[in-house]
Design a binder for this molecule. Structure first.
Ligand code: HSE
Length: 432
């Protein structure tokens, strides 16, 4: 007879009901692998009358999530409610009560991970979060366990399927941002409120969690550079294409020689030949470079009911095994080898700069002069002819420079009388 472990499921939306469905579907396999028997004892929902996409016995449903914590037969609480304040208080109470916790809540971990894991350590309970980053891609387990013998040199990720879908459609069909977003919403990829998808913060929450795991300290969200894709136009994508690049919303996580950590999420030009440039549609991908392993690549679906439940089930098995053989800490191991983030202004890369300028003699010289005065070198320039008689686009690829210096130079350029539209400055990543 296998030991029985009671589960409390908080939330029965897309992911919660998917976890239940797949636990029923693959229950025998999962129990064989975990060596324990899982039983869902309670499911907390907001409204008992709300229609459910997945069938489950009526007697399991409750409306007070704390019933999960109060049930002595429940050892593992799975938090899939969404939001921040309520789940934070709920998880704190679950940990205080000695329950193992599984959550897919990226915003919660990015903002309160430190506190949650300190409490979990104190109470000697495990908190697992595989589903919080890149859905079905097992990147948390890989960074935490498979690369444990490596210094992580850098991680580059496409962490938001909606943005990636929009940029793919802008690239392949020449759509502008708004129609591409509308399409993503119609297909159910973008959230009803797509703000976090397109403003970069959904990807940033995931990057913060992964960076924290890779470098052993909780990265302060205030030290992360976050830009969305809202200002990228179909023309930028065409210009980048002409220059040999794709524009992707890339999360860049890297350690410099002094051990300072840079975390940045921004629409970024990457060479067409790089493998991340071929990651299209709603797919996510993560490239991890370790000092021992070298380059690795993970690819898969970063959202959706089944991929995300696959990650939660992985956590469930791990939590079940951990309950059978307790260790000091699970899920996050803090250490002091790293400990600070690099100021955003010091982050060095090449840049793409698009300016709308007057079409008259001397303009190019003025721009080049201002960049030269700021000690910023020009790598290449394109200036497509205008057929509308309005100002023309001037696209420059700029040599490596610190972001702060680049931003100041961009402001100087924006103030020149010959510059007629808000400049667009994008990071570039050459993966060297
Ligand atoms: N909305 C996200 C995406 C998935 O489009 O990738 C949840 O983080």
């Amino acid at each position: 007879m296998k030991k029985e472990i009671g589960i409390g499921l908080a939330g029965f939306g897309t992911v919660g009901s998917g976890v239940y469905k797949n636990l029923v579907r693959n229950g025998a396999l999962i129990e064989e692998r975990a060596g324990v028997c899982f039983r869902v004892r309670r499911i907390a929902v907001k409204d008992l009358a709300e229609p459910r996409a997945v069938e489950a016995p009526e007697e399991l449903f409750v409306t007070r999530p704390d019933e999960l914590i109060e049930d002595p037969g429940i050892q593992i609480v799975i938090e899939l409610m969404g939001g921040i304040d309520f789940p934070l208080a709920f998880i704190r109470r679950a940990i205080q009560a000695g329950k193992s916790v599984i959550t897919a809540n990226k915003a919660l971990l990015a903002e309160h991970g430190r506190e949650i894991f300190e409490l979990a350590k104190e109470k000697k309970v495990a908190v697992f979060f595989e589903a919080a980053v890149a859905g079905g891609i097992p990147i948390i387990k890989a960074v935490r366990e498979s690369f444990v013998g490596n210094h992580i040199e850098c991680i580059h990720g496409i962490f938001n399927g909606t943005s990636n879908y929009i940029l793919t459609r802008m690239t392949d069909a020449g759509l502008d941002f708004s129609p591409a977003l509308e399409e993503a919403q119609k297909l159910g990829y973008a959230e009803a409120d797509p703000a976090l998808d397109v403003n970069g913060w959904d990807a940033a929450h995931k990057a913060i969690i992964l960076a924290s795991l890779a470098y052993g300290f909780w990265v302060d969200p205030a030290k992360v550079h976050v830009e969305g894709i809202e200002n990228v136009t179909a023309s930028d994508i065409r210009f980048a294409d002409e220059l040999g690049y794709r524009i992707k919303l890339i999360a860049t996580i890297k350690a410099d020689d002094e051990g300072k950590i840079e975390v940045r999420v921004a629409p970024t030009l990457i060479p067409k030949s790089h493998v991340l440039a071929s990651v299209n549609g709603v797919f996510n991908a993560v490239a991890v470079r370790g000092d021992v392993v070298g380059e690795t690549l993970f690819y898969g679906r970063g959202a959706g009911q089944d991929p995300t439940s696959s990650a939660v089930l992985c956590d469930l098995v791990e939590a079940g095994i951990a309950l059978s053989s307790p260790k000091e800490s699970h899920g996050f191991a803090a250490h002091d080898l790293y400990g600070d983030c690099k100021p955003v202004a010091d982050s060095v890369s090449k840049f793409y700069l698009r300016l709308g300028v007057e079409d008259r003699p001397g303009v190019l010289a003025q721009i080049a002069g201002a960049l030269g005065a700021a000690d910023i070198g020009i790598l290449s320039v394109i200036q497509p002819e205008s057929h509308t008689g309005e100002f023309i686009s001037l696209v420059l690829i700029l040599h490596d420079a610190p972001y702060g210096k680049m931003l100041t130079a961009t402001k100087t350029l924006a103030a020149l009388p010959c510059v007629k539209s808000e400049p667009l400055l994008l990071h570039m990543e050459t993966f060297l």
